[in-house]
Design a protein around this ligand. Structure first.
Ligand code: COA
Length: 326
């Protein structure tokens, strides 16, 4: 029997050039570099320039991913973008990005809204499209301009977020159906709407006819995140009969170093296997995982054949995990 797997054949990322340090934030809210580093592990974040749009971040990250995949935009037959900060409420930013890249007319392009879990949701959907032969090559992007919905007067939240984009190109590949095959081995996505009010924007189209700003019950989110993320890693490992010892790298959603450490502790995971970007990027929501993946590939940390576990948790609540043989 033929097994179709979605192989990651290119990764890319883009960060806006403007760096905002904790000291910069201490000038606008009552906080300090010491407090932010101790409670979150964040030292700085990137913020979009005036006029720089989420679509621009997507286009830059996608160009890098396509180049690394040795492909042109016209070779792609699906474009999926995970974001909660698209240029417009409608149309999907994916259509704009596809047009700017030169993706062929008729190729489906749409956005996924699952907050910080968005990239794992998008990856799952793209993988299913590939397995159903609805696409041979999919461009999957996670991108955010969270600075646009950040309440810059709220020290509880404004210290946590940043802007950026990461992208991968997936391609159908026939395999034997074993864990040695390269590609996405398995993915699981989840939601629990009882957490809806815990992390949200204070407004929305139907609620207030505006976007509102990010608001969060930090303690509740924190408590939920650790078991959800650890549990999703255990679930994807269980799915393919693998153990953490088989995993070369874990890329967790980058919200707070204490959440990441909590997940590692719960799993009894060696910290040296965990990719960290939260220190210099903060929480870029759907972008953190593809950003971290692309940076780690570029740095030569992640190599062909490595087994990578991805996990994320975010607003909704939503969460999920995936196992990728790179
Ligand atoms: N600088 C200084 N003090 C701050 C502060 C800041 N930026 N933000 C909050 N504080 C204060 C609080 O007002 C509180 O003061 P009080 O005791 O006088 O009321 C004190 O610090 C402790 O606040 P608390 O909320 O208990 O801190 P915490 O250790 O729980 O850390 C978060 C707060 C937001 C960092 C933490 O809850 C968190 O990371 N939650 C998850 C957030 C997240 O990543 N969400 C996205 C997931 S996708």
């Amino acid at each position: 029997m033929t097994h179709i797997r979605s192989e990651i054949i290119g990764t890319g990322h883009y960060l806006p050039s403007k760096v905002v340090t904790n000291d910069d934030l201490a000038k606008i809210v009552d906080t300090s570099d010491e407090w932010i580093v101790e409670r979150t592990g964040i030292k700085s974040r990137r913020i979009v320039a005036e006029g720089e749009l989420t679509s621009d971040l997507c286009v830059n990250a996608s160009k890098m991913a396509l180049k690394n995949a040795n492909l042109k935009a016209e070779d792609v037959d699906a474009v999926i973008i995970a974001t909660i900060t698209a240029d417009n409420i409608t149309p999907a930013v994916a259509t704009k990005v596809a047009a700017e890249l030169g993706v062929k007319t008729g190729v489906p392009a749409f956005d996924i809204s699952a907050a910080c879990s968005g990239f794992i949701y998008a990856l799952t959907i793209a993988d299913n499209m590939i397995k159903l032969n609805q696409a041979k090559r999919a461009l999957v992007v996670g991108a955010e301009s969270l600075s646009k919905i950040t309440d810059w007067t709220d020290r509880n939240t404004c210290i946590l977020f940043g802007d950026g984009a990461g992208a991968v190109v997936l391609q159908a590949k026939e395999g034997k159906g074993t864990n040695a095959d390269t590609g996405l081995l398995t993915a699981k996505i989840y939601a629990d709407g009882s957490g809806y009010e815990q992390l949200k924007t204070t407004g929305g189209v139907s609620l207030t006819e505006s976007t509102g700003k990010l608001w969060m019950n930090g303690k509740e989110v924190f408590k939920y995140a650790i078991p959800a993320m650890a549990g999703s890693i255990e679930a994807v490992l269980g799915d393919v009969g693998a153990s953490l010892d088989d995993v070369d790298w874990v890329i967790p959603h980058q919200a707070n170093i204490r959440i990441i450490d909590g997940v590692a502790k719960k799993l009894n995971l060696d910290n040296s296997k965990v990719i960290i970007t939260v220190d210099h990027q903060a929480n870029t929501s759907a972008a953190t995982i593809p950003l971290a993946l692309s940076e780690a590939v570029e740095e030569g940390k992640i190599k062909k054949g490595d087994l990578i576990a991805l996990t994320a948790m975010g607003a909704g609540f939503t969460w999920g995990g995936a196992l990728v043989r790179y």
